[in-house]
Design a protein around this ligand. Sequence first.
Ligand code: ATP
Ligand SMILES: Cc1cn([C@H]2C[C@H](O)[C@@H](COP(=O)(O)O)O2)c(=O)[nH]c1=O
Length: 698
Amino acid sequence: MTTPGPGPARAVSRRKPPHVLANARFRRLWMAMSVCSLGDWLNIIALTALAGNLTQGSGYQTQSLAIGGVFVAKMLPAILLGPLAGAVADRFDRRLAMVAADLLRFALVVSIPVVMLVSTPSPGTYQWVIIVTLLVECVNLFWVPAKDATVPNLVPKDRLEEANQLNLLVTYGTAPVAAALFALLALPADLLRGVVPILADDPARLALFINAAVYLVSAFLIFTLPDFPKNHTGISTPSVLRQIGEGWRFVGASPIVRGLVIGMAGAFAAGGAVIGVARVYVVKGLGGGDAAYGTVFGAVFVGMACGMFFGPRLMRELSRRRLFGLAIVAAGAVLATTALIHNLVLVVLLTVLLGACAGIAWIIGYTLIGLEVEDQLRGRTFAFLQSLARVVLLLVVAVAPTLAGLYGERDIKLGPNVDYSFDGSNLVLLIGAVLATVVGVVALRQMDDRKGVPIATDLLAALRGHRYAPDQPERPRGIFIAFEGGEGSGKTTQSRLLAIWLRDQGFDVVQTREPGSTKVGMRLRAILLDAAHQGLSPRSEALLYAADRAEHVEKVIMPALTRGAVVVTDRYVDSSLAYQGAGRSLDRAEVVRLNGWATGGLVPDLTVLIDVPPSVGLTRFASPADRIESEPLEFHERVRREFRALAAAEPDRYVVIDGTLTQAEVNRLIQDRVREILPDPVPHDSEDSTGTMPAIRD
Ligand SMILES: Nc1ncnc2c1ncn2[C@@H]1O[C@H](COP(=O)(O)OP(=O)(O)OP(=O)(O)O)[C@@H](O)[C@H]1O
Ligand SMILES: Cc1cn([C@H]2C[C@H](O)[C@@H](COP(=O)(O)O)O2)c(=O)[nH]c1=O
């Protein structure tokens, strides 16, 4: 008889599914999105450059305000009309809406260079630039929701994430391409002068012709997209401001997520400050032209892409939370240097570095949020972040040039013949630098997961490719006492008595237990002890106890020890070694490793083992047995043996007490041993003076 091998049917079912771009209809829509994104970025660069050129010679302040005006015009429609346009867009045929929007955008954008071809530039030309900017953004409000709503109808549900990633890639990936294109157009302006004189005057006009043309290409691609999906009613996206308001309500509840969001918003604000004043800074402050402006603009995005890709790989050994905070602080330092240096080449290099820092912060923040936020809230959190990033970026790029303009141009006297030019763009960049540094420091303080390890040491070790491990892990100042033992041995009773006694001696005491001393731990306890969950596998059981312990250590034990308290816990790692290791026959070394990882290697200063035969302990309960208590007697015997073996292996760190003695006797023996490890020895007769010996009844 032969056993059937993996036949062709199986081979086919295991083949990797084709890439989402293999889907011809989605590919076509994606091409339309790509060209439109390229056009949109080209539009921002060209219009800001044009605003600068149109107001050339009318003073620093006017020029800055003119550029700020373009950014404001770009921002306003999305904020004011976003929700309305989304609702209206749903009522139109999507193909028709997108094609019409593309044609309108073409006509509007092309009108700017055409107006300039037929008439000489005047203040009216700038006004027309602003009107066109507002109108183009209004039209975008119809194109974007129609595109977003069409994607899910073109790709299967399980490929939607891949499709959205591609969407994100072209949204931001086309920015450096547009900046490079603009810089290239600006470079040979002299060469064109003899051929098309009017175009050669201003590369922004040429860029706008290309910008308009890509909208035509998009219209063609959408128009010829075969079987364009029909509208499904009822798709509506909440407004940007509403998403932010709703998002903050749940994001604000977690300090870590709050720290991450604030840090990421700060990184975007710093990036926005650079983009907002880049044109004025490059042209007025550094003596560059449009090509230099395009290069600086593109440098931010090139840096971001490099930071996102290389940063986490190069800093593999650095704590992610530290890397996040450090990247933002570094962005602040780079921004401050950029603000003070008046050298174009250095500024371009520093801008790449700045983008890299922002890229690292963004990718790490995004990843950490994915890990910290529960699955059902993750989608909303990311939507909130995207909206927040957009609003922060747009607000900053609008406010930055306005502020720069209001400050104007000034010279600072450094000596009799030495003047240092410090204008509005320098000021804005410095403010951005201070903001980024403050936000980075706050993020580092709030989220540091390696307190006690100097950041510089950690950073140097990570740069050399390894993680810094202190020889002697710095001990928190407090005292950590664990109670262990089998069922009904009296741990709960005795840990309470000890806590009361210690408090009477004036110690700050935290009395706690496992499992179930944190919010998540309470849920885990319910799962673990519910007698209905009989089939739970030993490995899952070990992992769930370890998960409860990790939360317990991080949220309860470590903070208390760090502030110098005495922590008394009813059960800790030894319970896992005894119950899951010996009781469930799991590999002891693996349980040790798992728990070492979960606790970060935190070991009690003293473990009190209350030892009773299971035949005694199990009869002390009145309530029905839980899932573990109802295990057979041999199980509990194995558990007891393991506890005793653990204590025998480390006699200095354990005290073994006979749990069949009376409660008062047990209590007295424990106090005697605990006295030895207290900082100020407590006199033997101290209870006589305090008179405290409360009776605990269950
Ligand atoms: N030394 C003792 N002699 C007799 N009974 C005791 C003694 N210590 C505690 N008890 C009683 O035994 C019962 C179980 O005590 P306790 O809850 O402290 O045990 P435990 O070991 O913490 O239990 P668990 O295994 O559920 O953690 C209680 O009713 C308690 O009053
Ligand atoms: C911490 C820990 C506990 N257990 C078991 C031991 C007990 O049966 C229950 C806890 O109940 P208690 O009333 O709080 O003592 O859980 C375990 O199996 N492994 C562990 O790590």
